[in-house]
Ligand binder design. Structure first.
Ligand code: GLC
Length: 438
């Protein structure tokens, strides 16, 4: 069994650490301007102008079953969809606001269709819920609010009551965790400090503004096993590094224990659909990102930003197909795997990444660089029972102790195990060697 002891979590995270790979879905009115989900703040768009997106939002091509099929094929085992993003628009039929999808030409509860479709495909479902709300009249104007530079911004805050807003959030979280069956993940986003140089009356917002403990208590009362992230400023189940490749398994700041963590990343440079954004990650980077994350005991939540018409554009579909092609044959090195034990990590060759099955019996060597003819594994001799390429289950032969190449003296090493590799790299973005340990 894995020797890594993990900081205990209030929620049920055992399935989560097994399943490793999920789909993030950022979908809202911001899919119409199609230039980032923060567009209302970036361009300080007026309510009147933003209202047009509300008036014309009509995802006539929305087919949640198609999204779910693509997520499942990509090897994703769970999904987290935005129920409300910073713009404040609700993708579900909330009784606490009129600013919701059922009042747009969409005319239906889009979250309901997401939940039903993904469950039908056997995936677990989570909700992203923004703590920030640039539409709600009790949410005070601050350094990131679209109205921040209005001449009367400070006066607009008169009468705004964050206590009322915190109650609104509790009411909506109650709706979300009552009306849609079992929800596996609740993903709050996000707390922020006061920015340097902003006027004194503008403040960041954190756990006290959200009344975070009450919010979390509400969620856990309704769904006791639910997994909750750390962005209310109260550490819960998940650490959530974003758009960042961790280089070590994060540890709890107080206890020093390893934590349950999930990296969230985008295919391109935006969470919401961004038509003209071109920094789409290469197929190699997508696969290596997943392997790098699991190799450090983490999960990857990879994001899609659907169009306002309700479908995933061709670029997102191609990226999902990269995962589908690789995971179809190599998911055994991901599901139920974690960081390799220290004694194996110490032997990991350059250009490779290791994962290990939770039961410790199988080691997976991911060839990020493909060596010529041999992969030399120092320290492996005598410890391996069998080896194969994971993608096609073809045996890999190996020499132990030395490699015959007319200068054996230079490579004779009792601990050496040299795997014989085909000169031509298999047609796999990242070939994986499955090692059955003795
Ligand atoms: C950041 C972005 C937000 C996005 C989130 C995803 O908080 O501001 O738009 O939803 O990351 O983790």
């Amino acid at each position: 069994m894995s020797s890594y002891s993990i900081h205990s979590t209030p929620g049920d995270t055992a399935w989560f650490r097994h399943d490793r790979f999920g789909m993030f879905i950022h979908w809202g009115l911001y899919s119409m301007p199609a230039r980032h989900e923060w567009i209302k703040s970036y361009e300080k768009i007026s309510e009147e102008k933003y209202e047009k997106y509300f008036r014309y939002f009509d995802p006539d091509l929305y087919d949640a079953r198609e999204w779910a099929r693509q997520a499942k094929a990509a090897g994703m085992k769970y999904a987290v969809m935005t129920t409300k993003h910073h713009e404040g628009f609700c993708m579900f039929d909330s009784q606490y606001t009129d600013y919701k999808c059922t009042n747009t030409p969409a005319g239906r509860d889009l979250v309901r269709e997401y939940v039903d479709a993904f469950r039908a495909e056997g995936l677990r479902v989570g909700f992203y819920y923004s703590l920030i709300d640039w539409h709600h009249l009790d949410f005070t104007i601050d350094q990131i609010h679209p109205r921040r530079d209005d001449p009367d911004a400070q006066q607009q805050n008169q009468g705004r009551d964050m206590n009322r807003y915190a109650e609104y959030m509790r009411n909506q979280v109650t709706e979300l965790l009552t009306n849609y069956g079992k929800i596996d993940i609740l993903w709050f986003d996000f707390s922020y400090d006061k920015a340097p140089g902003t006027p004194d009356w503008m403040q960041g917002k954190g756990k006290d503004d959200w009344q975070a403990q009450q919010l979390i208590d509400t969620a856990r009362r309704l769904q006791p096993g639910i997994i909750i992230d750390n962005r209310t400023q109260l550490e819960q189940d998940l650490w959530t590094p974003e758009q960042y490749q961790m280089r070590r398994w994060p540890r709890h700041p107080e206890t020093g224990e390893l934590v349950t963590w999930e990296a969230c990343q985008t295919f391109s440079g935006s969470w919401g659909y961004y038509r003209d954004e071109m920094t789409w990650k290469s197929p190699e980077m997508l696969v290596q990102m997943l392997v790098n994350t699991v190799a450090l005991g983490g999960n990857l939540l990879m994001n899609v930003g659907p169009t306002s018409r309700g479908y995933l554009d061709s670029r997102a579909q191609k990226a999902l197909e990269v995962y589908a092609d690789w995971m179809k044959y190599n998911s055994r090195s991901i599901y139920g795997c974690t960081m390799a034990e220290p004694e194996w990590l110490a032997l990991c060759p350059n250009g490779c990444k290791m994962t290990q099955s939770e039961d410790g019996k199988r080691l997976y060597i991911h060839l990020f660089e493909y060596p010529y003819q041999y992969l030399e594994l120092d320290g492996f001799a005598g410890k391996v029972d069998y080896m194969q390429f994971l993608h096609d289950g073809s045996e890999l032969l190996y020499d132990e102790g030395e490699v015959q190449h007319f200068s054996e003296g230079h490579t004779r090493n009792p601990g050496l195990l040299a795997v014989k590799l085909p000169v031509v790299k298999p047609n796999v973005i990242v070939p994986v060697i499955e090692v059955f340990l003795k």
